[in-house]
Design a protein around this ligand. Structure first.
Ligand code: MG
Ligand code: MG
Length: 263
């Protein structure tokens, strides 16, 4: 499949979908508290998307790696869970957890996608460091999203920032192109070994829109699966964090479409 290129008008539509996603995520981040179940967060995500006339992108989505459709609107990945966390009625959030929320939605034919990690009350120094390192990896990676650079430049930045903070980028996971569909080419791995396995690199061009989403852990580069067939965890069960922005590659430089508002 070829990489899609988008006009400025289309990029504005992707931005609108991204803005809905960000608004929903901000509502959810504010709601996260001890005692709340991850299932309740999923229900909130559906409702908040509906209020804004958007359709959750992950509900009933069948990713290439699965034979089943994802049965929820939101991915909630707590502590050692990295991504694709399946919300559950019996999974209750507690003080000291870090909770990664990943949401995608369609609005008027275009997709938005974003993720962030929320600290529940007082979290450990290590978890705080991990969250900050992951956010920094994302912000640094955005800066190299300019025409003429390569996907491998993004991979490199994420790796370098992780190493600098003594944390680990997770293998076999990463970001992606986005636009008319939530997941498009190219795949943007978070680990150089995964990029090497892919055996292909892409040159960034004006009009490409990419979701950059570093996932870093405190103890390992290896992932595993927990028993629910969706949730990806760290192989050593150390905590993981995840942040995701959508970025348009333009002549004027990187344009972040998932701008979070303060408050
Ligand atoms: Mg994504
Ligand atoms: Mg996402």
């Amino acid at each position: 499949m070829a990489v899609e290129l988008y006009s400025f008008k289309e990029i504005e539509k992707i931005r609108r979908a991204c803005q809905v996603v960000v608004e929903v995520l901000q509502e959810l981040a504010r709601a996260v508290r001890p005692g709340l179940s991850t299932h309740e967060l999923d229900l909130m995500a559906r409702e908040e998307a509906k209020k804004r006339g958007a359709k959750p992108a992950f509900l009933n989505y069948k990713p290439p790696f699965s034979n089943e459709k994802f049965p929820a609107s939101l991915c909630v990945s707590v502590n050692e869970a990295v991504v694709h966390g399946l919300p559950k009625r019996e999974q209750v959030i507690k003080e000291g957890d870090i909770v990664s929320l990943d949401f995608g939605a369609y609005l008027e034919g275009y997709a938005g996608d974003s993720a962030l990690t929320v600290a529940v009350g007082q979290v450990s120094k290590e978890k705080e460091l991990l969250m900050n390192a992951t956010k920094e990896a994302l912000e640094e990676a955005v800066k190299v999203c300019v025409p003429g650079n390569w996907v491998s430049d993004i991979v490199e930045v994420i790796y370098r920032v992780a190493k600098r903070h003594g944390v680990y980028p997770l293998k076999n996971l990463g970001g992606h192109g986005i636009g008319r569909r939530v997941h498009e080419e190219p795949f943007i791995p978070n680990h150089p070994a995964t990029l090497a396995q892919e055996r292909k690199d892409y040159k960034l061009r004006q009009g490409m829109v990419v979701a950059i989403e570093p996932m870093l852990s405190l103890g390992t580069e290896e992932i595993a699966h927990d028993g629910d067939r969706w949730t990806v965890i760290t192989a050593d069960r150390s905590p993981a964090a995840h942040y995701e922005y959508v970025v348009a590659i333009t002549k004027q430089g990187p344009m972040v479409l998932t701008e979070f508002k303060n408050g």
